[in-house]
Design a protein around this ligand. Structure first.
Ligand code: G4P
Length: 534
């Protein structure tokens, strides 16, 4: 969807100040550290520790974990909101494991922009690349943060060149690093003509910022040693010749990414990055539904479920459905229309994951993410409105590419296993098929690692050991068509038929040839590799 050019003048102020985004990165690049610093600047966590030793980062992390425990929910696994300057940031977390997961993709349907974090020594890594491609499919604007500049890192031009070549996106430097590794002293903020100096002694302090009047300002020489200053002048001149200048339109269309250099662990460059998202946006964007486009400024509330998380609180079996508000001004207690079931539902206890004080969400605006605790009524892809029948599009369902048979470690616990699997199917963590003949379940996923994640969640959340064994089937197709033809088809292919968690009919096979044959023999039937999410 084309992004808007600027903060639309028609947006109410509360909506215009919202920035809903995700962080994409390869494991270990510094996403957690950067998130912590965002929360620190957002006033969400206070750090008491005065000792600035190596252990500090760990302590910070455990503060954060403690916060998670106190809340009884996994903050980092979901969405967090915090204020910084005039903006309200909604940070939606992308799951951390390194396999491609549907969850990640769906998460990215709920945001308007992404921050790509790369390690200055490693450049663009595999997971970054995959996630970047997903962002590109949606033309999401991307801000890049090149982290760990306090360590030996690659040459600045090399890094920029690699991003341009590898990801086919234009890169413009928002800041320029001065020195490298042990000699790294800070950055020249190109967008604001400022010198930002890093304070190595205090990892949680906002860096010192010195206003500069262009590159000839004598103040530069007071703070930057001569050899680094000379290098900075040369490099900036070269950058000006070789790299495109910042262009807002191009950024919003996803063609150009501004890059900031910094060190998350030293809190360096983080503030500039946050100001970058704040200033350049984008604010909440229009969302697509099958019927029409939904504008954030519309008065009536609409939203869609992009994620369902079960067992957030081990004491309850409740689920939380994460809803991205697409339009309007939601208020707690509001009655909304659940389009799929055509029923009204009163949203009495919505949770807004305001990082500073976990409160019930009294209100929410377009762009916000609210959590709605429920017993399973809300599914991924569901729409909530004030009465209109809308079907949001763009929330994908993936064809399961790997099928395995799930078996309970203890055969007496088969019923429990069924419950656990159905739960995960509803969360969208896997596809679960119950064969028409025989026992057991066939589980379909997109990436092999998802089996490990499922097994460990079933074990920890349901105390149920589970094995995933090779299945005789390799492909699944959803079958639709005229009722009598479907019945005739099912009767003739019993050994290949299964039902998904909604009771819909699925044809399982290992041969493309079978699928082709059926399409020939049953021309009125449709065999689909994916199913709409509702
Ligand atoms: P992730 O969520 O992307 O996986 O990365 P995370 O923030 O956990 O950071 C991975 C490691 O990189 C951590 O080290 C972290 O401290 C370190 N790190 C993050 N930002 C910077 C930085 O700006 N400079 C340097 N030098 N290191 C950084 P660790 O050894 O795994 O943990 P710890 O012992 O430091 O806590």
């Amino acid at each position: 969807m084309p992004n808007d050019l600027s903060n639309r003048p028609t947006l109410p102020a509360e909506i215009a100040r919202r920035r809903t985004f995700a962080i994409i990165s390869h494991p270990d690049a510094g996403k957690t550290t950067l998130t912590e610093k965002f929360l620190l600047y957002g006033g969400a966590i206070q750090l008491a520790g005065q000792v600035r030793a190596k252990g500090e980062a760990r302590r910070t992390r455990s503060d954060f974990m403690k916060m998670e425990q106190e809340r009884g929910i996994s903050v980092s696994a979901s969405a967090m909101s915090f204020d910084y300057q005039e903006w309200r940031f909604n940070l939606v977390d992308t799951p951390g494991h390194s396999d491609f997961s549907e969850d990640t993709y769906r998460t990215l349907t709920a945001v308007d922009a992404a921050i790509m974090v790369i390690d200055g020594a490693k450049g663009v890594e595999s997971q970054t690349r995959k996630l970047f491609e997903v962002c590109r499919l949606r033309d999401l604007p991307i801000l890049t943060f090149c982290n760990k500049m306090d360590r030996e890192s690659r040459d600045t031009f090399d890094i920029i060149d690699e991003i341009q070549q590898n990801l086919a996106i234009d890169v413009t430097p928002a800041s320029w690093p001065i020195g490298m590794g042990r000699d790294f002293i800070g950055c020249y903020d190109i967008l604001n003509d400022r010198l930002e100096l890093m304070d190595r002694a205090d990892r949680n302090r906002v860096a010192e910022s010195i206003r500069i009047d262009g590159m000839d300002d004598p103040k530069l020489a007071e703070h930057v040693p001569p050899h680094l200053l000379e290098q900075l002048r040369d490099e900036l001149e070269m950058a000006r010749e070789l790299l495109p200048p910042f262009d807002h339109k191009s950024f919003l269309e996803g063609h150009l990414t501004p890059i900031w250099f910094g060190s998350a662990i030293n809190s360096f460059g983080v503030k500039e990055l946050m100001q970058g998202i704040g200033k350049y946006g984008p604010p909440p964007q229009p969302q697509k539904a099958a019927e029409r486009q939904i504008l954030p400024e519309e008065e009536k509330v609409t939203g869609f479920v992009f994620k369902v998380q079960a067992n957030m609180d081990p004491k309850h079996r409740d689920r939380v459905a994460f809803v991205r508000l697409a339009s309007g001004h939601f208020q707690r207690g509001q009655k909304l229309f659940h389009v799929r079931s055509k029923k009204a539902m009163t949203v009495a206890n919505p949770v807004l994951f305001l990082a500073s004080d976990r409160e019930l969400a009294e209100e929410g605006w377009a762009g916000d993410i609210i959590g709605i605790p429920n017993h399973g009524q809300l599914r991924i892809g569901d729409a909530l409105t004030e009465g209109e029948s809308l079907r949001f599009t763009g929330i994908p369902s993936f064809a399961p590419e790997l099928l395995r048979t799930a078996r309970a470690g203890d055969p007496m616990k088969a019923k429990h296993l069924e419950k656990a699997l159905m739960q995960f199917a509803e969360e969208g963590a896997a596809k679960v098929f119950k064969p028409a003949i025989g026992s057991g379940f066939i589980v379909g996923v997109v990436g092999a690692l998802q089996f490990d994640v499922l097994a460990s969640r079933i074990e920890s959340e349901y105390s149920l050991p589970v094995r995933f064994e090779a299945s005789q089937f390799t492909s699944a197709r959803w079958v639709t068509g005229p009722k009598t033809d479907v019945e005739r088809f099912v009767a003739a292919n019993k050994g290949h038929i299964a039902y998904d968690n909604d009771g819909d009919i699925v044809y399982l096979t290992r041969l493309q040839w079978d699928i082709d044959r059926i399409e020939r023999d049953f021309p009125t039937l449709r065999l689909a590799a994916t199913k709409e999410m509702h």
